[in-house]
Structures are given as structure tokens and as C-alpha cells.
Design a protein around this ligand. Structure first.
Ligand SMILES: Nc1ncnc2c1ncn2[C@@H]1O[C@H](COP(=O)(O)OP(=O)(O)OP(=O)(O)O)[C@@H](O)[C@H]1O
Length: 365
């Protein structure tokens, strides 16, 4: 997958930019706050119909303007051209079109343009709550499994309805409670199976990348933790109905799933230094890239590398540079404030590249 051309109007601090991109390597250089991340975020938006940073669409519109437009011209690995348009007026619904035809449901678009973003906020995967790690699983699986989001939505709906019953002051309708529990168990087991398959395939890829970047200096682990592991989900949900009534929400189910990260057998969150945490999440995201490349019928995802070298020592930076400039990766977008890192990438790559300078929202190629 190649993004040939990107046009942006009024997206955050980028007022107007039309970029003809390199099919391999695109570097965005500029000082802090210049708008480098905003360009990568616009690319992310075209794949996920949302910003990676801001869930409120109206907030991505440039402050004193009342609409934004992002357009991308793509070539798939199969040779098809795809023109994707997204536009929104302040206070109105957003429009998302593929080859000039508006989507009925945005979920139909997810997965068409696989993308992996590696950014400084990825360390939330380690420091943040289980929700961050579940979101990672959901985001990756939904890119190659069209039915996944639908099952997740059905599960969440049953969960919400059950939680409403649990909060009732009067005794809830037992037949309805049982029905909702059966639905939660059915959709929950389906999500569990899909998450298990994903994690089983991801772990060896992750460990290989981690070993290459850290030169085997650290031993890391990643394990999927779920209530489904213990016994059938229906039993787990029903067993604690009284406790659930006391607290007013469902204590068990795949909405409590987590990924456990370890460093030399200890929890990563307590144990890892900033550089070790960064190495962990970069390896995890590169594994996600490799996984998606295999899962998305050979369509190579775009790789967005936002300021990834911070906190890493020179050896690790060098090994990551060597990796991503190799043949296994497709089109890359990379931001940095520091020319030095980019120069070493450019030295080690023998292929086409483009450098864009970003200054206060203006982009020059
Ligand atoms: N809706 C908006 N309208 C106008 N400007 C915005 C909007 N949202 C964010 N910005 C501006 O975008 C700028 C941040 O851009 P961005 O995160 O792309 O910077 P960067 O070049 O990646 O910087 P760094 O090197 O510090 O990561 C900030 O100055 C912020 O005020």
C-alpha cells in the first residue's frame, strides 16, 4: 500500500498542504509544535476515520475555521487506485468517501488501508490501564477481521444492559438477566478466541523484534489474561451475580481482559526504565506491523514513526533504523526534530526518499 498524494485543509495547525509522497521514505523535520505529528495524524485519520490523539472530531478543525478536509490517493499492492476523502463542517456530520462514494457505515472502511503508528504516547500501553491494552488488541484485530467490531459492539450492548439491571433498586427481571448473560457469554467467547489467536501469533514476532533491538540483553514476556481462561464464561459471569449486584456492575467478562507485560519475569510497569519501556513498545508495534502484513492478504501497512528515537541509546536507535530501512517494510513516514537520526537513516537506505520541512503548520517538500 502506497499513499501517493496527501491533501490537507484546516487540520489542526496545517492550514493547507498538498504533498506528493515518496513510495518508500518520507521524513518530516521541524521544531517542537511545528505540525509534524499532525501530518501523521491526518494519514492515520484516513485509515481509522478518527484522530489517534483526539476523539472529538470538531477539535481537529483549525481553531478559527469551520471545516477540515483530508484527501489521500493510494495505490494498493494489487495495483488498484483508491481515493479517500474525509471532510467535516463544524457542528455537522463528517463525510467519508471511497472513490467518491460515501460510506453508509464507517466500520466498512476500517482495514482497507492498514496503518501502524508508533508514537511517544505508546508507553501508555505500559503505564496506563487495561483499557489501553484492550484497545490495541481491538484496533489490530478489527483491521483484518471485518466481523470483530460488530461482535464487540454486541457484547458491549449486552454488558451495558446487564449493568443497568444490576443498578436497579428493585429486584431485576431474572429472565432478562439470564438472556443478557447468555449473550455476553456467547459474544465474549467469540472475542476471546479471536484475541487468543492474535496474541499467539503476535508473541513470537514481538520477541524476535525485541531480541534484535536489545541484542538479547533483556528477557520480556507478553501474556493474554482473561476470565475465559478459568472456565466457561457463562459460569464465571453467573457465579458472582450477587457480588455484581452489590457493586452495581459486571465484575467478570472480556471487558476486563488484559495483556500482562513482564521484564525478566517482573511486571514491566514497575521494573522497566524509560528506554526499556520504549524498546518494549517499539518491538510490540513492529510485531503488529509484521502481523498485519501477513493478515491483510499481503497488503503492506503504512508505517508512521512519530519521534521514536527519544530515550533510546545509540545502539538501539541504529538497530531500529537498520530494521525499518530493510526490505520487509513498505512506505514509511518519520518525524524528528533532529537531522542526525534522519541522516543516518538516509545513509543506510539506497532507495527513493523525500524530506519535508515543517514550520508553524507550513510544509515544504
Ligand atoms: N485544532 C487546532 N487548531 C490549530 N492548531 C492546533 C489544533 N490542534 C493542535 N494544534 C496545534 O498543533 C501544534 C502541535 O503540532 P504537532 O503535535 O504536530 O507538533 P510536532 O511538530 O509534532 O511537535 P513535537 O516535535 O513537539 O512533537 C500545537 O502548536 C497546537 O497548538
Amino acid at each position: 500500500m502506497i499513499l501517493r498524494k496527501l491533501s490537507i485543509i484546516n487540520y489542526k495547525n496545517i492550514r493547507s498542504a498538498t504533498l506528493t509522497l515518496s513510495p518508500r521514505l518520507n521524513c518530516f523535520i521541524g521544531s517542537n509544535g511545528a505540525g509534524k505529528t499532525n501530518i501523521l495524524d491526518a494519514v492515520y485519520y484516513l485509515s481509522f476515520c478518527r484522530s489517534s490523539q483526539n476523539p472529538v472530531d470538531s477539535q481537529v478543525i483549525t481553531h478559527d475555521t469551520d471545516f477540515f478536509v483530508i484527501e489521500g490517493g493510494y495505490d494498493t499492492d494489487g495495483g488498484d487506485a483508491e481515493d479517500i476523502y474525509c471532510g467535516m463542517k463544524r457542528g455537522k456530520k463528517k463525510h467519508f468517501k471511497r472513490n467518491r462514494k460515501e460510506y453508509k457505515k464507517l466500520s466498512e472502511h476500517i482495514g482497507l488501508l492498514p496503518v501502524v503508528l508508533i508514537s511517544p504516547s505508546d508507553t501508555f500501553l505500559i503505564d496506563g490501564g487495561a483499557e489501553e491494552r484492550r484497545r490495541l488488541m481491538d484496533m489490530v484485530i478489527s483491521q483484518y477481521d471485518r466481523g470483530y467490531m460488530d461482535i464487540l459492539t454486541r457484547y458491549n450492548k449486552s454488558l451495558q444492559q446487564r449493568n443497568t439491571l444490576l443498578k436497579m433498586e428493585t429486584e431485576p427481571d431474572i429472565t432478562l438477566m439470564e438472556l443478557l448473560e447468555e449473550q455476553m457469554a456467547m459474544y465474549g467467547e467469540m472475542l476471546y478466541q479471536k484475541r487468543c489467536c492474535f496474541v499467539d501469533e503476535l508473541v513470537p514476532l514481538f520477541q524476535r523484534f525485541h531480541e534484535d533491538i536489545s541484542m538479547g540483553n533483556e528477557s520480556v514476556g507478553l501474556q493474554y489474561v482473561s476470565h475465559c481462561r478459568r472456565s466457561p464464561l457463562i459460569d464465571v459471569i453467573r457465579r458472582d451475580r450477587m457480588k455484581d449486584r452489590a457493586v452495581g456492575y459486571s465484575l467478570h467478562g472480556v471487558h476486563r481482559d488484559d495483556l500482562e507485560f513482564t521484564l525478566d519475569g517482573h511486571p514491566m510497569r514497575r521494573e522497566g526504565s524509560q528506554g526499556q519501556n520504549k524498546t518494549f513498545v517499539v518491538s510490540l508495534k513492529l510485531a503488529q506491523f509484521e502481523f498485519l502484513k501477513r493478515a491483510c492478504a499481503g497488503e503492506t501497512p503504512l508505517l508512521l514513526l512519530d519521534d521514536i528515537f527519544d530515550k533510546l541509546d545509540a545502539g538501539r536507535v541504529g538497530r531500529i533504523i537498520k530494521m525499518v530501512s530493510g526490505d520487509g517494510f513498505g512506505q514509511i513516514f518519520i518525524t524528528d526534530t533532529n537531522r542526525e537520526h534522519l541522516d543516518s537513516i538516509l545513509e543506510s537506505c539506497s532507495y527513493d526518499y523525500k524530506i519535508f520541512r515543517v514550520d508553524d503548520g507550513d510544509v515544504c517538500g
